[in-house]
Design a protein around this ligand. Structure first.
Ligand code: 13P
Length: 252
């Protein structure tokens, strides 16, 4: 049975003290009432080491939102996969549309990042998803397939099993405009079929595919009820413990 996951992506929010307070609050809530799914929080780099020491990793997984495409050396301002791992983090988000768009991360760069992250034993939450123009031109399937082919289909089946896919239609991110559960299910099933074509049905059935884009407590139950939606990657609604818990409870 593939894993059900609710992962938070804090993006560039919360200073260190605020982030520690949120992590502590969430840790207390989830220790008191064990979730029915895996829970992960992905924080800015500077929070990782402190948050890692504070949380019970058997209840909350920890991830970074990015890592460098180089192993080490003279790359001022970059943070390597090894550094991320050394904080105690277990996950890293790669390929987020904000990284692709604002920081010009190409499929080739992302392929390097994925390899370096896996080399360090990190699990990769790999994001794919189409823009509004691509959706309106009915190109969403081609877009997500190309994104998989461009950065993760070079992996062996054993390595691919360490990847969690997050489908995040760009038009739904932070817009309050969620994909309908039918729209999301349709493309999740397509993504699973593309993985099956490449790695076989067994690997495809084991791959967790998360939905991201204005997911909140009110729409999570309907989305998560779909057979090919294995949880969510949550932006805005991961910034308050009660909101995030509401989404986690959709698995109850
Ligand atoms: P929102 O939940 O704020 O729409 O963000 C989704 C997202 O980009 C998660 O990575």
């Amino acid at each position: 049975m593939r894993k059900k996951i609710v992962a938070g992506n804090w993006k560039m929010n919360k200073n260190l003290q605020e982030g520690m307070a949120l992590a502590a609050e969430l840790n207390d809530i989830l220790k008191a009432e064990k979730p029915n799914c895996d829970v992960v929080i992905c924080t800015p780099f500077i929070h990782l080491a402190k948050v890692s020491d504070m949380i019970d990793h058997s209840v909350i997984g920890l991830g970074a939102e990015n890592c460098a495409d180089k192993k080490s050396g003279a790359y001022t301002g970059e943070v390597s996969a090894e550094m991320v791992r050394s904080t105690g983090a277990e996950y890293v988000i790669l390929g987020h549309s904000e990284r692709r768009e604002y920081y010009h991360e190409t499929p080739e760069i992302l392929r390097e990042k994925v390899l370096l992250a896996l080399e360090q034993g990190l699990k990769v939450i790999f994001c794919i998803g189409e823009s509004l123009a691509e959706r309106e031109a009915n190109k969403q399937n081609a877009v997500v397939k190309a994104e998989l082919e461009g950065s993760v289909f070079n992996l062996s089946a054993d390595d691919f099993k360490k990847i969690v896919i997050a489908y995040e239609p760009i038009w739904a991110i932070g817009t309050g405009k969620t994909a309908t559960s039918d729209q999301a299910e349709e493309i999740h099933a397509y993504i699973r079929s593309v993985i099956a074509e490449k790695y076989g049905k067994e690997v495809a059935e084991e791959t967790s595919i998360l939905y991201g884009g204005s997911c909140k407590a009110s729409n999570a139950p309907e989305l998560f009820a779909k057979p090919d939606i294995d949880g969510g990657l949550i932006g805005g609604a991961s910034l308050k413990a009660a909101d995030f818990k509401g989404i986690i409870d959709a698995w109850k």
